[in-house]
Design a protein. Structure first.
Length: 336
C-alpha cells in the first residue's frame, strides 16, 4: 500500500449520504484538472493564444499516468482541448476526459466582481452570446467525435456566481445544458461554486445529470485543519438542495504557496488536504478532480509571482514534482 493510502479516513460529517458506486464518473475517485500551459504559454487573452505542443501534452499525460491519474478535466472545446484528445487517441493512452464548454459573459457583473471595473458593453455581451453558441456546438462535436474518450461534459465554469467576470443568466445557463444533453451520450453538468448550486438548485437540477461542485476552503479563510470538515459541509448542503442529483467535486485544492494565504499555504498542508479529501471521497464514492495538475504562471497578477492562482499544481510549472507526487507516494490513485 502506498503512502497516499495510509492516511486515516476522516469521520463523515453528519448528514452527508454516501453515494452508490454508480455515481462515479468512469468508475474513478481520483481525477485531476489539466490545462498544460507552461511558462510563456497562455490561452487567448485578446492577442492570440500560445498552446502547448503535442510533445509537451504527451509528456504531461505520461506524468499523470505514472501518478495513477487518468481521468482529466479540460476547460473548453477549442484547439488545445482537441490536441489533448487527439494525442490520447493517437498514442492509445488510457486517459478519459471530462470535456469543458467555456462560456463568456452574457451579463456584466461589474458591480460585484472586484476585477471588473467597468460595465461590459452590450455589443460585447451580444457577441459573447453568439460565440457561446459556437463553443457549445464545438463541444458537442468533440464529445461525439471522441466518444470513447469523453466521459462527461461540463457546460460553463463558475458562470452563476456574482463575483466572476463571465457571468451568464441562470436561464441561459439552463438552456445551454438542455441543448447539450440530448445531443450527446455522455452525462452533462456545469462547474460551479457550492453556493451557486444551492442558490439555483430549483432552476437547474433537472437540467444536469450530476452536480459538478467547486469547494475551496483556503479562499474562505479556513485553516488546513478546518478544511476537510468545511468541504464536506459544502457538499452536504448541495446534496440537501438537490437530493436526487449525484455529486462530483470538479475542483478542490490547496495552494503550495500564496501571498494571499500566508502560512496557511505550504506543500505539507497541500499534502494534508489532498490526502484527507481523497480518503473521504473514496469512502463516499465521490469523483474528485484535484485542482490542478501543474502550476500555471500565466494566471493572476503578472507582477506577483507568489500569487495563489499560480501555485495549485501537483507539479511545478517546470514539471518538477511537489511533495504530493514525490516518488514514494505514487501512484496516487491505486484501484480507483
Amino acid at each position: 500500500m502506498t503512502a497516499a493510502c495510509t492516511t486515516p479516513e476522516p469521520e463523515i460529517v453528519a448528514g452527508f449520504q454516501p453515494q452508490a458506486a454508480e455515481a462515479l464518473l468512469d468508475d474513478t475517485i481520483h481525477a485531476v484538472a489539466y490545462s498544460g500551459f507552461r511558462s510563456g504559454q497562455h490561452p487567448d487573452r485578446g492577442e492570440g493564444a500560445v498552446f502547448p505542443s503535442r510533445e509537451e501534452i504527451l509528456e504531461d499525460l505520461n506524468l499523470l499516468q505514472q501518478a495513477g491519474l487518468t481521468l482529466i478535466r479540460l476547460y473548453d472545446s477549442q484547439q488545445n482541448s482537441r490536441d489533448v484528445l487527439e494525442v490520447i487517441r493517437e498514442q492509445g493512452l488510457p486517459h478519459k476526459v471530462m470535456l469543458g464548454v467555456w462560456l463568456n459573459a452574457e451579463k456584466s457583473n461589474h458591480e460585484t466582481c472586484a476585477w471588473l471595473t467597468e460595465p461590459i458593453p452590450k455589443e460585447k455581451l451580444e457577441a459573447n452570446r453568439l460565440g457561446n453558441q459556437v463553443e457549445l456546438q464545438r463541444g458537442i462535436a468533440l464529445a461525439n467525435e471522441f466518444d470513447e474518450i469523453v466521459v462527461a461534459m461540463n457546460v460553463g465554469n463558475e458562470t452563476l456566481v456574482d463575483w466572476n467576470d463571465h457571468g451568464v443568466p441562470v436561464e441561459s445557463q439552463k438552456a445551454y445544458m438542455d441543448q447539450a444533453r440530448p445531443a450527446i451520450d455522455q452525462p452533462v453538468t456545469t462547474a460551479e461554486n457550492y453556493e451557486a448550486w444551492i442558490a439555483h438548485a430549483s432552476t437547474i437540477a433537472e437540467s444536469v445529470d450530476f452536480a459538478g461542485v467547486h469547494t475551496y476552503p483556503a479562499w474562505e479563510n479556513k485553516t488546513v485543519v478546518q478544511a476537510i470538515d468545511y468541504s464536506i459541509d459544502n457538499l452536504r448542503r448541495v446534496q440537501e438542495a438537490m437530493p436526487e442529483v449525484p455529486i462530483a467535486i470538479v475542483e478542490a485544492g490547496w495552494a503550495s504557496q500564496a501571498s494571499e494565504f500566508g502560512p496557511r499555504a505550504s506543500e505539507a498542508k497541500q499534502v494534508r488536504h489532498h490526502d484527507e479529501l481523497m480518503a473521504w471521497a473514496r469512502a463516499n464514492n465521490v469523483t474528485t478532480f484535484w485542482f490542478e495538475a501543474f502550476d500555471e504562471d500565466w494566471k493572476g497578477n503578472p507582477d506577483n509571482p507568489l500569487g495563489a492562482e499560480k501555485h495549485w499544481g501537483l507539479w511545478r510549472v517546470d514539471r518538477t514534482p511537489k511533495a504530493v507526487v514525490s516518488a514514494d507516494r505514487l501512484p496516487l490513485a491505486p484501484g480507483r
